[in-house]
Ligand binder design. Structure first.
Ligand SMILES: Nc1ncnc2c1ncn2[C@@H]1O[C@H](COP(=O)(O)OP(=O)(O)OP(=O)(O)O)[C@@H](O)[C@H]1O
Ligand SMILES: [Mg+2]
Length: 312
């Protein structure tokens, strides 16, 4: 049996009166690569924060890489976890605005935000390689505060891939990226899966088309509960996705990726006001047709009348 890298059993999570996660159980083993999908507010980020020990669960057990989360030394274990999240961007902007792109990437080796020790020549070479792979070498000397949203995101992805990871968690890594940059990030993710097949990659996303072919499993959430989880082909079905998002959908498979297209609603499902407008248009058309026949009818009647009056 393959070794577990993350396990969550019966996770409950409350903030004030709100019950955010409701009894979630989820296991990620070495060699499995997961995507976590679900509508806004379904609890994806909360689940990742609990998985990494940044938030404590209200109830349930968490096993992370080396042991039970209550017993492991979290700062040590975090050095083995690559993590990208908008929370990290906020901390960097507020507390580390002068840190450059290269320093951001290098800090991944120490699980810190910013650099506190002199990096080795090898680490610098690796960081430049990762930045170059992500098409971001030009950001090496740019301070974090002077980068665009997408550029910050790319540098944090480079930081994540500088970690010597046993587990990688990417919480919406493509948010704010343009189409071409998003494809570069997805290509890097594919390459990382190929290079380190045993290290699980967990991709949290709103866009099923970002689930690259290397991702093997999907966890689908809604309202803090699991809608479906397991092998990607079993979970990414129209039925499951419609249950999660509550809108009619069409699932399109192309080049190993899945695209979700909203399904056109039928006439009966249109709002009442559009039905009334359609009815009105039809009635008006019929009336006009009737009107346009009137002159013709009049001429026919006239000719018939003349025929009748002609003298014999
Ligand atoms: N500090 C907080 N106090 C109370 N409720 C919170 C707090 N933070 C988040 N929530 C609630 O927890 C729920 C889950 O939030 P979470 O950020 O985990 O969702 P998400 O699936 O990541 O959403 P998104 O797709 O928008 O990122 C939401 O309903 C949110 O309103
Ligand atoms: Mg989120």
């Amino acid at each position: 049996m393959r070794s577990l890298r993350l396990s969550m059993e019966g996770i409950e999570y409350r903030r004030g009166d709100a019950r955010i996660l409701k009894g979630i159980s989820w296991r990620v083993a070495a060699g499995e690569h997961w995507s976590v999908l679900g509508p806004n507010g379904s609890g994806k980020t909360s689940l990742m924060m609990i998985a990494t020990g940044y938030e404590p669960a209200s109830r349930g057990d968490v096993f992370l890489v080396a042991g039970d989360i209550g017993e492991i030394v979290l700062p040590d274990v975090r050095k083995k976890i690559g993590f990208v999240s908008s929370q990290l961007t906020d901390i960097m902007v507020q507390h580390r605005p002068r840190v450059t792109g290269l320093e951001t990437a290098l800090s991944g080796r120490h699980a810190s935000l910013g650099l506190y020790e002199k990096p080795s020549a090898r680490a610098i070479r690796d960081a430049k390689r990762v930045l170059a792979e992500l098409g971001a070498l030009h950001l090496a000397e740019v301070p974090f505060s002077k980068m665009s949203t997408g550029q910050r995101q790319i540098c944090l992805i480079a930081r994540c891939y500088m970690t010597r990871s046993r587990l990688v968690i990417l919480d919406e890594p493509c948010a704010g990226l343009d189409l071409a940059t998003r494809e570069i990030v997805l290509r890097t993710l594919t390459e990382e899966i190929r290079r380190h097949p045993a290290t699980p990659q967990i991709l949290v996303t709103h866009h099923p088309e970002e689930i690259v072919p290397g991702i093997t499993h999907v966890l689908l959430l809604r309202g803090g509960e699991v809608v479906a989880q397991g092998r990607r082909e079993k979970v990414l079905t129209r039925r499951n996705l419609e249950r999660a998002y509550n809108v009619p959908l069409r699932v399109v498979h192309q080049d190993g990726r899945v695209w979700i297209v909203p399904r056109r609603q039928r006439q009966q499902q249109l709002p009442r006001i559009s039905r009334m407008a359609t009815d009105y248009r039809r009635q008006r058309q019929r009336a006009l047709q009737r009107c346009s026949l009137l002159p013709v009818i009049r001429v026919i009647r006239e000719i018939r009348g003349k025929k009748r009056c002609r003298p014999t």
